[in-house]
Design a protein around this ligand. Sequence first.
Ligand SMILES: Nc1ncnc2c1ncn2[C@@H]1O[C@H](COP(=O)(O)OP(=O)(O)O)[C@@H](O)[C@H]1O
Ligand SMILES: [Mg+2]
Length: 242
Amino acid sequence: MALLEVKNLKKSFGGIQAVNDCSFKIEDGCIYGLIGPNGSGKTTIFNLITGFYKEDSGDIFFRGERINGLKPYQRTERGIGRTFQLVRVFRKMKVLDNLLVPPHLEKLDKETRLQKAIDLLKFVELERLKDELAENLSFGQQRLLEFAIVLMQDPDLILLDEPTSGVNPALIKKMCDNIKQLCKEGKTFLIIEHNIPAIMDTCGTVIVLDYGRKIAEGSGADIAKDERVIEAYLGAGAEVHK
Ligand SMILES: Nc1ncnc2c1ncn2[C@@H]1O[C@H](COP(=O)(O)OP(=O)(O)O)[C@@H](O)[C@H]1O
Ligand SMILES: [Mg+2]
């Protein structure tokens, strides 16, 4: 059974068909990329999977159970975590405190939570900044902080919306290494990205959208050769290999 399955998903806004009959499966323990031109429906798919938007039609299954209609927090509790295209952290709070906010961490006792937060800050190499206000971090560091906040909730499936945009190359490498490390530990990722070399390097399978429709799915090497993908997105002569 796939970890996540979306079937014939549709969502329109007024006259715009943002997601148009989209179907795909995400298998446990793998890293998937979701690419496509601006406005092709990538973020809308994340909003549908996480319950921020309600689909017009179609089904979403997580571990075989239909999750349509569940509230965002209920989907988080089931094991779906996400980051946002525009970073969302608590800017006026200290870095460490940002990790202690998510409400369903109440199950853990205070000491365990604190230790977990410190361990995650070490993992994303922000531990030395733990007492800084989040707003004093660079944009790339804020993306890493948001990533750590998501990991506090121990999600099985992690949706990342453009995790490398606005991030310097050293932190991009850090982010990609972190994702690969977490995959080895059993986490599953679906990543929206425009950084094609990062996608090719990190993702086993790439799903390509155009005008809300899935136009291709396959390994990075396969989609790089796909005529429809080249026409819609990559463009002739695009730099797709490192
Ligand atoms: N909340 C919204 N209200 C109206 N239109 C929206 C909304 N969210 C997305 N759209 C439209 O849906 C289309 C897909 O957007 P989006 O999913 O953000 O694309 P992507 O993430 O691939 O750039 C775009 O035409 C966008 O303008
Ligand atoms: Mg988007």
